[in-house]
Design a protein around this ligand. Structure first.
Ligand code: C2O
Ligand code: CU
Length: 464
């Protein structure tokens, strides 16, 4: 791949920024500088790196070429631009999970953009409206590409962010590797029809149980994103006082302890952790779900105590998400079910060759040139409530693109009115998710357990 020059990039960004309006006059140049920032180059790469004892793992996919997963920083309300350069031998795109971008920037092949072939590029440009923790990943051949590592966390900063003494970002994921540290089959059909196929090696920032230093007695902001294709986590923090301050890119209405908090693929949490006073003390973030609990990462207290108090952290600013009008809202019923059909189809963006799942009885793997009809056609600016029912014995992290919803009620548990983009629906649960259809376009709605997504549990809504 040839590298782009700084000047070449500036030019491209400028063109993207003005949306193809004529030939630039000199006078425009000043305007461009403000409107179109220099794009970040996100070049897909195949690298080898160490993920477990036993050798380097080949065919790891990432953006850039560092041996650590990338973290992208943006600023709330300020234009952002990125050029995706595809240097792997598979078509790809980028989806900005949780960021309310214009439809054309959403990265779903066929529905909103062509996929980007090997050697080609695509320019993304948008202004993130919300501050918080988000992430990005391909939306083509997702099981293979994400399974091999192609994900990054996004931090959208705001000048109004409260001050912490330290901040860490954790990208949580598993890898399906054999004893020789090389990739094995990404999925087993019988597991895809159940909870999804788990990885064999578990990591945080591609490391087994990394440890980071943080000031004793200080306040830490820990941003955690689950980028795994399958695993649902139940979190616990040992050794310190910890509180959840944000979920899925939005502040929580009321802070609470993370103990036993369940989050699925695609979801994010932000914790405020008050480090112990004593130098050398260890704070552990654990996953306590299932039969093999695991320490995900440790923080070690260093230096003399800063003697801070969690209650000193100012509330996070709410994001500008429109309030759903419940009295006027129209309801959309949505039933998640298994399907008996088996419809192998071969498409470029990666069919698994099976249908196991359906939304309102329609199985669709998504990202195909022949989409099904939209689940519903919504009127721009109107309020809607999705009445979602899970008729399966599995949990599903259901993700809506392009718009944030508010969790209104659940049939099985008390819920906070969280603003979110991904809801982990439990077996036999019915949940109501309200939102204003304020972003025009076709927006995917799918399970983020990628085997479920790619074997039928995908649909979309159309906002016109
Ligand atoms: Cu995070 Cu449609 O995806
Ligand atoms: Cu699912």
């Amino acid at each position: 791949m040839t590298l782009f020059t700084r000047r070449g990039l500036l030019k491209t960004a400028a063109i993207a920024g003005i949306g193809g309006v004529g030939i630039p006059a000199i006078g425009r140049l000043g305007g461009w500088a403000a409107a179109a920032p220099e794009p970040v180059v996100l070049q897909t790469a195949k690298i080898q790196t160490k993920l477990m004892d036993g050798g380097l793992t080949r065919d790891v996919l990432t953006y850039g070429n560092a041996g650590t997963p990338p973290v992208l920083r943006m600023k709330k309300g300020e234009p952002f631009a990125a050029r995706l350069v595809n240097a792997i031998d598979d078509p790809t795109t980028i989806h900005w999970h949780g960021i309310r971008v214009p439809n054309k920037m959403d990265g779903v092949p066929f529905l909103v953009q062509p996929y980007v072939y090997t050697g080609d590029h695509f320019d993304y440009a948008f202004t993130p409206p919300d501050a918080g923790t988000f992430w990005y990943h391909p939306h083509c051949n997702t099981l293979e590409q994400m399974g091999h590592g192609l994900t990054g966390v996004i931090v959208v900063e705001s000048p109004g962010d409260p001050k912490f003494d330290a901040e860490f970002v954790l990208n949580l994921r598993d890898w399906r590797l054999g004893d020789d540290a090389q990739f094995i089959d990404q999925f087993r059909p019988r597991d895809a029809a159940r909870t999804g196929t788990y990885g064999t090696v578990r990591t945080a920032n591609w490391l087994d149980q990394p440890q980071y230093d943080a000031p004793a007695g200080g306040l830490v902001r820990l941003r955690v994103a689950i980028t795994d294709v399958t695993r649902i986590y139940a979190f616990r923090v040992d050794g310190a006082e910890a509180t959840v301050i944000a979920l899925d890119g939005n502040p929580v209405p009321e802070r609470f302890s993370p103990d036993a908090l369940l989050l699925g693929p695609g979801q994010r949490m932000e914790l405020a952790i008050r480090m112990p006073d004593e130098e050398g003390a260890i704070v552990s973030l654990r996953d306590v779900r299932g039969t093999k609990p695991k320490i995900l990462a440790n923080l070690r207290a260093t230096g003399g105590s800063l003697k801070r108090d969690v209650r000193d952290i100012a509330p996070l600013e709410a994001n500008p998400v429109k309030e759903v009008d419940l009295a006027a809202a129209q309801h959309i019923s949505l039933a998640l079910s298994a399907t008996a059909e088996n419809v192998p189809s071969d498409v470029i963006c990666g069919s698994l060759g099976y249908s196991f799942w359906a939304i309102n009885k329609v199985p669709w793997p998504g990202d195909t040139p022949d989409p099904t009809a939209p689940l519903a056609e919504l009127k721009l600016g109107k309020s809607y409530v999705i009445d979602m029912e899970n008729l399966t014995p599995q949990s599903h992290p259901m993700h809506l693109h392009g718009m944030s919803f508010k969790v209104l009620s659940s049939s099985t548990r008390p819920v906070q009115p969280l603003i979110s983009d991904t809801y982990l629906i439990q077996p036999n649960e019915k949940v109501q998710l309200g939102f204003v259809a304020d972003n025009p376009g076709d927006w995917l709605l799918h399970c983020h357990i990628i085997e479920h997504q790619k074997s039928g549990m995908t649909s979309y809504v159309r906002v016109v």
